[in-house]
Design a protein around this ligand. Sequence first.
Ligand code: 5AD
Ligand code: SF4
Length: 463
Amino acid sequence: MTETAVQTAERKLYIESYGCAMNFSDSEIIASIMGEHGFATTQDEFEADVIFLNTCAIRDNAEQRIRERLKHLRSNKKQNRDLIIGVLGCMAERLKDKLLEEEKLVDVVAGPDSYRELPKLVAEVDEGGRAINVLLSREETYGDLNPVRLNSNGVTAFISIMRGCDNMCSFCVVPFTRGRERSRDPESILREARELAAAGYKEITLLGQNVDSYLWFGGGPKKEFKNLTEEEKASSVDFADLLEMTALAVPELRIRYSTSHPRDITEKVVHTMAKYKNVCNYIHLPAQSGNSRVLEVMNRNYTREWYMDKVSMIRNILPDCGISCDIIAGFCTETEEEHKDTLSLMAWSRFDFSYMYKYSERPGTPAAKKLTDDVHEDVKGRRLQEIIALQNEVSKAKNQEYIGKVVEVLVEAESKRSTEEWMGRNDQNVVTVFPKEHYQKGDLVKVLVESASTTTLRGKAVV
Ligand code: 5AD
Ligand code: SF4
């Protein structure tokens, strides 16, 4: 969660973002749209005329957090009777008008494709109503807008390159809340990257639910390459092309991207990473499970062996590439043996780090409709603990391999623990902390690693 920046203008907007990077990026688009209609963003919720919660629906606990936050906002509304409260993003899209029925203090409900309508929705509330727009679009990419960088460290920024997801993993609500997949015009992506470089940013992360299926052929809903006309094929841009174009357009910036799909990641992408020094050696490659039967029930469209082949392919082309993973513990019908397959896949892959979750059934998803959430809560919890314990062990061992080596760190911010130290990330995305000395935010610093924990490398700058 975070609050947002900038002051003045007639009315004030406070945005709180929850969930994934895509939501944080969307909040910057929302700030831009509202900015054009006389709203300046504020970091102080108590001076706001409008409060937007940009929400996440991926797991039940994400939604519970937002319900709790709404309860607290009652007192804001008591103090300021004209205060407008909006729920935006994935939870808004999932619950639609039910949200207006259930949460009486909510005035605006807007889904991820209706942000251009927000000024109009707020105007409707000004007129005394409550307003909702949850239409999903097959075309909207907000490509023409200039995001207002919120809560920015001035060093790293997100660029959204596509929206939606067509994958239909059986556990996932995203295809329902963010709609069909569509890619953004590469020219608008490059323009945004150049503007960030000109504004002094040092690192960009290209964002999409499944970046490997990025394909630009003139706009509109996703098509497979094989279904393009000859003319469209000739001028089409795939993700590897886009990565190359970006690396060339902003050679002074570090480039990252997220998220890759094991089914779709190509050698071409990994070769492009190897070719350009400014593309960071780091891939987020969610496996979800290490067992082929479970993967099939998850509708992930790959097997354990396929996943392992992809990891080998990456390590062959880019031996020092950082790889991180998402894992779900206790998906429907998962047996103890199948859970052990996840552990053995993790031990074999040696992920640098993982995001690990207990399965949470989401209403309306294929899993909720067709499968039974039959792994007992205690078993899920225990499996998750085993997964976390193994990942911690691997992360620590991998981080300790850096001791005595020099890593290149982009300084992002002051370390949380000490005002005397900088915090940044190395090429492989591992958090690294070192004494500030004369270095500045935004510097790329060579750091000799002296010690390492599960999450952090520590060292000192070397010339
Ligand atoms: N339950 C638990 N985790 C989930 N994820 C997506 N849907 C669910 C769910 N229903 C996880 C996946 C995905 C990450 C963003 O969230 O691991 O990669
Ligand atoms: Fe959800 Fe799967 Fe799409 Fe990721 S790829 S957003 S897990 S449906």
